[in-house]
Design a binder for this molecule. Sequence first.
Ligand SMILES: CC(C)(COP(=O)(O)OP(=O)(O)OC[C@H]1O[C@@H](n2cnc3c(N)ncnc32)[C@H](O)[C@@H]1OP(=O)(O)O)[C@@H](O)C(=O)NCCC(=O)NCCS
Length: 355
Amino acid sequence: MGPHRDDPQLPRRPPDQDRSDVRQEGGRGERGVTRPRGGLVRQRAAASPPRASYPRVVTLRDLRPSDEAVALALWNRAAPYDPLTSDLYREKVWDEPHAVARLAAVVDGEIVGWTVAALWGAPNETRGTVKLIAVAPERRREGIGGTLLAEAEAHLTAAGAETVRIAECSPNYLVPGVDLRYTPGWLFVQKYGYTSVGEAVNMHVDLAAEDWATDERERQLLERGVVVRRAEPGDQGAVMAFLDEHWPAWKPEIAAAFRQSPVSLHLAWREGDLLGFSAYDANNVGTGWFGPMGTAEAARGLGIGGVLCRRCLRDLKAQGRTSATIPWVAPVGFYAHYAGAHVSRVFHRFEKRLA
Ligand SMILES: CC(C)(COP(=O)(O)OP(=O)(O)OC[C@H]1O[C@@H](n2cnc3c(N)ncnc32)[C@H](O)[C@@H]1OP(=O)(O)O)[C@@H](O)C(=O)NCCC(=O)NCCS
């Protein structure tokens, strides 16, 4: 018998993903000898002393709102480069618009790991993501992460996903891939059949470094008929139409910026036409998160993007922040130039084709 869940709608797991060895036997011999999948016997390293007891049953059940304190504390022990606050936990776990599974792994009545799996937000998307996954450090290498992963993948398959990535997703991501400093995480995704499909970088901005003034640049833009101002609630229709035309995948993040007060979005206009936008606090609210931003192709090269970007950084500084994150960057040179930003994190994007 494999791991079970409370949910009777649980999709059937393909046979090659059956983890009954983990569930039934605990896969463990005596005195630290491990019997992993495939029947090999492996001696535990001396650095990892034998545990007094090994899990008899790993039960998967839906994560519940009441699990928050335990799940949050577990995450913050497991993923020290990406600490979550209570607000961020809720944003990532419960405000995920395309979640297909929020699962807790329970051993002896205690949560020892959890995961959130979601489909990507772009229209007709057949990509899924295992957006968050963590196992308590003291319960690693018992197959718990693999059990959670297999179940998440089964849910994604049932929801129509053809491929799955780790962490990377749109619009509600925490990180755009795997930070290889999570060495067990890197080894884990390779073990379960994921391969690297490239990198993504985050950039860091030292907000204290300057005042982010834009007056002179805005005066020059005005001479060309371009007006830059903060968005107002009444702009939402025009902004969404602009995004429909240019970047539909960013609509949910910009909708989130419109929910902030004041609206965390700046816009550039000429003769009633929207030319560009730049947002902050549209994702990972409360962390100094910049973006997304975009200038219509026909309006590029005028300095609009630089002004829009600097206005957002000025607002983040006014919140009392000393640094900002520009996540998942493509135009590294643009942000280096206008914001003095430097690459601060490199993520590897891992993908697997689902059966
Ligand atoms: C990634 C994580 C969820 C794995 O959980 P887990 O319960 O240990 O997963 P499993 O037991 O199913 O698989 C672990 C596998 O990872 C690999 N691995 C992990 N640590 C390893 C190590 N120190 N040396 C060699 N291989 C290692 C092995 O392949 C191992 O399988 P094995 O024990 O059969 O050799 C857990 O390490 C974790 O919470 N990490 C922090 C968060 C994180 O990195 N998340 C994913 C990336 S964003």
